[in-house]
Write a protein that binds this ligand. Structure first.
Ligand code: UD1
Length: 339
């Protein structure tokens, strides 16, 4: 059985991916420094898959500790989720973001090379397309100017990994550009558990629905979109997780460098999400129109054709399932993992 090193495996997307790796017959080892995640997510995944998970609480910048893992285990590939991800915080703490996301990746990739595991899947983001709203984005759409350090680290790390693959064709590098992941595992055991006030739309909606927050602020209703609110490509986190298994299959075929959008190709507005959430769950989500949020764009959605064709992967779950599963998780875990 092949063993995959999963960095950031205790996080939202990482924990869902562990389940899909298990379903696909992979072994895995998780490394996570738990600064923005909870060990409880690993315990819940263990419950779902009925197996214990080798877990190491290690910061990727701790070269010695990370190297010990490579001595102990032989990895076939690495799925690299670990990184800081809050846009606003990254503007306040640029050095922390650059140091964590860049240095952590440098140490990791250096060890992958040293131990001759030249297969990596990197968590990138639609944020690399910058603030252009010429949609839908294809992988050939120009990369834009990211307005914040978080986005810049994603964009720069794409360049670093691309250069590495160009220099040594023995590497397989898959860059996955995620659109907006929402939803949760249908069991309601794992889901998104943000620290403090949520920055993203769906966790805010679920916290309003569960009574933790009074009202959703809708950031602008004067965009050039059908109802004036921002349009995004929401993707169920289970579909996104399956995209990583499809990327591993591409690595088995020695894909070299692969860049893929992981989205549904459908754009929904903020109000579409609110209304669908209310309808499928029978709960109300009071909201208030607020000014636009700095850095937001009107529309962002993918053309996922390349991933559909080359990875044989397609998002299968729709907005209703996303809303249902997000609510199921929040209802069962009103305080998230209670970090
Ligand atoms: C954000 C990040 C993006 C990151 C992604 C991770 C910004 C500018 N972009 O994307 O870099 O990769 O999260 O998931 O932060 N909205 C509200 N009220 C809220 C929250 C959001 O109206 O309380 C609206 C936003 O204006 C936007 C939509 O909901 O139109 C989605 O917002 P969000 O979930 O934060 O995702 P993005 O901004 O698309």
């Amino acid at each position: 059985m092949k063993t995959i090193l999963v960095t950031g495996g205790a996080g939202y997307i990482g924990s869902h991916t562990l389940i899909e790796l298990d379903n696909a017959g992979y072994n895995f080892v998780v490394v996570d420094n738990l600064v923005n995640s909870s060990i409880e997510s690993i315990k819940r995944v263990e419950k779902i898959i009925g197996k214990s998970i080798p877990f190491y609480k290690v910061d990727l910048r701790d070269t010695k500790a990370l190297e010990n893992l490579f001595v102990k285990h032989q990895f076939h590939a690495c799925i690299h989720f670990a990184g800081l991800k809050a846009v606003g915080e990254s503007i306040q703490k640029p050095l922390e973001y650059y140091h964590n996301n860049m240095t952590g990746t440098f140490v990791l990739v250096d060890l992958l090379r040293k131990f001759n595991c030249k297969n990596i899947i990197f968590s990138s983001s639609a944020t690399v397309y910058g603030n252009s709203d010429v949609v839908p984005y294809t992988e050939d759409s120009p990369k834009g100017n990211c307005t914040n350090p978080y986005g810049k680290t994603k964009s720069m790390l794409e360049e670093v990994l691309t250069d590495l693959q160009n220099a040594d064709q023995n590497w397989n590098v898959v860059l996955l550009r995620y659109f907006n992941p929402i939803g949760a595992h249908p069991s309601g055991e794992i889901g998104e558990s943000p620290n403090g006030i949520p920055n993203n739309l769906m966790p805010y909606i679920t916290q309003v629905a569960v009574g933790k927050r009074e009202k959703l602020g809708v950031f602008g209703n004067d965009y050039n979109t059908p109802d004036g609110t921002g349009v995004r490509d929401y993707i169920h986190v289970v579909d996104l997780a399956k995209g990583h298994v499809a990327a591993l299959a591409a690595i088995e075929r020695n894909c070299g460098l692969g860049i893929y959008n992981l989205g549904t190709g459908c754009g929904y507005s903020v109000l579409d999400v609110v209304k669908t959430f209310e309808k499928v769950n029978g709960v109300s989500v009071p909201y208030l129109i607020m000014p636009r949020r700095a850095g937001d764009i009107a529309m962002c959605y993918s053309n996922p054709q390349k991933a559909n064709e080359e990875l044989g992967w397609r998002a299968e779950l729709g907005l209703e399932e996303m809303c249902r599963d997000s609510w199921n998780w929040q209802k069962k875990n009103p305080e998230g993992y209670e970090k």
